[in-house]
Design a protein around this ligand. Structure first.
Ligand code: FES
Length: 171
């Protein structure tokens, strides 16, 4: 069993159990990774990564096995708290920002996928997300999730990866 799969099943999951429905779901482990089963997972180089059977995706930014969790969040004391002075999603200034603004269209027309932005967030579409932190007007069809660990608006990316010069040469 791979390290990321060990992490997937050993974390406390935040929020209620997932309802029984077709749409896939991203779950958040408390102060730990994103937990998800995803067929279409790729990095910024266009490489497909295996996620179909369930993976734990790093969101503290410290994993040595990015994008997968290696439990570094424990060592670093990562907190998934959203800061009270977080930046509203709508005014974020970075290339993926448009993905968090409401977009029309039927939800069943979007194939679930997760793309890893270069030195930036997870670009997600077609998944439900277990969080209460949605901002008014934010799209629930396409959104970006922080993977640098520095966002003030967790679990969403707020562009902080730029200012902290988050780097992931592998993806
Ligand atoms: S990836 Fe963390 S703020 Fe963008």
């Amino acid at each position: 069993m791979t390290q990321e799969r060990v992490a997937l099943f050993s974390h406390e999951v935040v929020g209620p159990p997932a309802p029984n429905k077709q749409r896939p779901r991203i779950r958040l482990s408390r102060n730990g990774p994103y937990l998800v089963a995803v067929d279409d997972l790729s990095n910024s180089k266009g490489e497909r990564l295996e996620g179909r059977h369930g993976v734990a995706l790093c969101r503290c930014g410290a994993s040595n096995s990015k994008p997968f969790c290696d439990s570094s969040h424990i060592r670093t004391g990562f907190s998934d708290e959203r800061c009270p002075d977080h930046t509203p999603d709508r005014v974020v200034d970075y290339p993926g920002a448009a993905m968090v603004v409401s977009q029309p269209g039927p939800s069943d027309a979007i194939a679930p996928s997760i793309r890893i932005a270069r030195n930036g967030p997870y670009e997600v579409q077609g998944f439900d997300l277990d969080t209460e932190n949605w901002s008014e007007g934010a799209s629930r069809e396409r959104f970006t999730l922080c993977r640098c660990g520095g966002s003030k608006n967790k679990p969403f990316c707020d562009g902080t990866h730029r200012s902290i010069k988050f780097q992931d040469d592998s993806n």
